[in-house]
Design a protein around this ligand. Sequence first.
Ligand code: TYC
Length: 102
Amino acid sequence: MDAQDQQEAILEMEAVQVEPPHLYRVLLLNDDYTPMDFVIHVLQRFFAMNKERATEIMLRIHREGQGLCGLFSRDVAATKVEQVVGFARQHQHPLACVMEKN
Ligand code: TYC
């Protein structure tokens, strides 16, 4: 392999390494028991939404069964799910939060 081939091989490896990470959707699921105000609070607290946006997303979940809270790297998505589920259980609500590959 000459110097130019080596240089090209290095550039190729670097190109592979800067591939964007896969994103994961974090979703909230509807249920019959979690209070609407609690879901709005969760969307504001963990997904940095303002009250208006959080209310809109909560109502979409309530009507359609689920709703998108955001797109995150795998680690951040997993942490969001853990935090939301932990917070809901602390308050004795059955709220479900899941992640799925985008
Ligand atoms: N369906 C719930 C109610 O009527 C409200 C709700 C909305 C629950 C969104 C969960 O992810 C949810 N109190």
